[in-house]
Ligand binder design. Structure first.
Ligand SMILES: *Cc1c(COP(=O)(O)O)cnc(C)c1O
Length: 505
């Protein structure tokens, strides 16, 4: 076991494995023969399994001490002749080891979901078969596979039959596609005065999407939040009315089903009612929270998602898939076609082979990978219940951590976790801005202390001027043992930070 993943002992360990051939393997022909394919595949698979087996014991982050010569090596131009298989993979392993260990059971810093093996295997299959799925006629059954995944996701959101959408690479892309479709539906060609509404806790990808969609910053209105960090619907209604009187053209409301900071959930049914009354597109950002609708509790807490015009939801977060898995689902797929189809015959895209959609007409991309398989294969192999149970477990673990941390007098937990993020900070010694400032410094010290051991990794955010730490329970490998360990580390660290702060005063 490597003391530190950036050193080479992990790699030496891999070299101890018997090699299929004694001579170094060099792969010159672009079409390797059968033996070469097997050797390459086995070499990668051996390393993949070793990676997953050693994951729990490796430090949760180690990018800071990346050797400069490794950076230089990775920046170097490619060789003219063929490289040696094991040497190339060794170098790759070393580069991959100097990083945030995002798949570790102790990685609680952000909301990505770890990356499950069966989805990684699907990527290999996708690459090898290399099917084109932009138009239904080119691979009807595989377009059906992907459309089946889309339909399953529309069902999770509670959207009616006939809804659809497409798989994207991430929540930011899904949001961009939604904002463009909403802009096309609401403003047409003339963007003047176009106005959209987000909450104070809305993810910054929405503002980025608006900018990419050609809207000026002045067209983005930030609606204040209540103490629960959810958007205030009365304030929204008031701002829309004011903007209309000022001659603006409201066209879109973005609600969030689980914010990135704390998992706060906007009052979706009320936002939907306002959007409908005002004739605005209602988009829901469910990038982090949307998949929790698979669970009974998630369905109850995310009520109102079924009223959306569109929903973004990330499978690379709360479905635990490797990065690059997200979906945009829409109530009326023809509105996507209206925005994206290159010729304006809107419905033609919906009448593809076997009544299947032509994905190239529903979004900006023509050629792209067969994204459906990386979702479909895990669902077929594990079954939906495995994902539902895992998400339920994360909700339970968040409640457990919340209750445990509530018992720690040095800590303050302003919000009961709405989903699987537990937010906490050092309690100020008294009232007033100076106490808050000192508490902020103490919370920063707390984060350093928690992360120093390398067993768990948390991150900080700022909410209402207060530095706040987040325990995000999203990685599928995070179970009760590691969450209990995290709680123990947090409590011990909080006590020692508190003791240090008290002696200093
Ligand atoms: C992560 C996240 C996004 C952005 O999604 P990417 O997949 O990172 O592009 C948007 N909204 C919320 C609420 C998120 O958590």
């Amino acid at each position: 076991m490597a003391d530190h993943p950036c050193d080479s002992s992990l790699i030496d360990e891999a070299e101890d494995e018997p090699s299929a051939s004694s001579a170094p393997r060099r792969i010159h022909p672009l079409e390797p023969d059968r033996a070469a394919m097997a050797e390459i595949g086995q070499a990668v698979l051996r390393r993949a399994i070793a990676f997953i087996e050693t994951l729990p014991d490796r430090p949760t982050a180690s990018g800071d001490d990346t050797p400069p010569e490794l950076i230089r090596a990775m920046l170097a131009p490619p060789p003219e002749g063929p490289g040696e298989l094991e040497a190339v993979l060794d170098q790759l392993d070393q580069a991959a080891a100097c990083a945030y260990e995002t798949g570790s059971p102790g990685f609680f810093a952000y909301v990505p979901g770890g990356g499950i093996f069966t989805s990684a295997v699907a990527d290999l299959y996708t690459g090898v078969t290399n099917r084109y799925v932009g138009h239904a006629f080119a691979a009807p059954a595989l377009v059906a596979l992907e459309q089946g995944v889309v339909r399953w996701l529309t069902g999770i959101c509670g959207l009616p039959q006939g809804s659809g959408g497409l798989l994207m690479t991430g929540g930011s892309m899904a949001t961009l596609c939604a904002v463009i479709a909403a802009r096309h539906a609401g403003l047409g060609e003339d963007l003047a005065g176009g106005t959209l509404y987000v909450g104070a806790e809305t993810h910054h990808s929405v503002a980025k999407a608006a900018r990419l969609a050609g809207l000026p910053a002045a067209g983005i209105r930030t609606v204040p939040c209540g103490p629960d960090l959810a958007m205030d619907p009365e304030a929204l209604a008031g701002m829309i009315a004011d903007d209309r009187s000022a001659g603006k053209r409201p066209f879109l409301v973005v609600g969030t089903a689980g914010t990135t900071n704390t998992g706060a959930i906007d009052p979706l049914p009320q936002l939907a009612a306002i959007a409908q009354r005002e004739g605005l597109w209602f988009h829901i950002d469910g990038a982090y929270g949307g998949m929790f609708r698979l669970t009974r509790r998630g369905q109850a807490r995310l009520r109102g998602m079924e009223l959306a015009d569109s929903v973004a939801l990330d499978q690379h977060k709360t479905m635990f898939l490797p990065f690059g898995a997200s979906a945009l689902v829409v109530r009326e797929p023809h509105r996507l076609a209206a925005a994206y189809q290159a010729d304006a015959a809107y419905l033609a895209g919906m009448e593809g082979e076997f009544g299947l959609p032509d994905f190239a007409d529903l979004g900006p991309e023509l050629t792209r990978g067969m994204r459906g398989l990386r979702v479909w294969l895990p669902l077929q192999l594990h079954g939906v219940a495995a994902f539902r149970e895992a998400l339920d477990e994360k909700l339970d673990l968040a409640q457990f951590a919340y209750r445990q941390l509530l018992d720690e007098p040095a800590l303050e937990l302003p919000w009961q976790p709405p989903l699987s993020i537990v937010a906490f900070r050092m309690r100020p010694a008294g009232p007033g801005p100076d106490a808050a400032r000192r508490a902020n410094r103490a919370t920063e010290a707390l984060l350093d202390r928690i992360n120093a051991g390398g067993r768990v990794r948390l991150s900080a955010t700022t909410i209402g001027g207060r530095v706040t730490l987040r325990l995000c329970i999203v990685v599928h490998r995070a179970h009760a043992d590691r969450v209990a360990e995290a709680v123990g580390i947090i409590r011990t660290s909080a006590r020692s930070v508190h003791a240090t702060a008290t002696t200093r005063h």
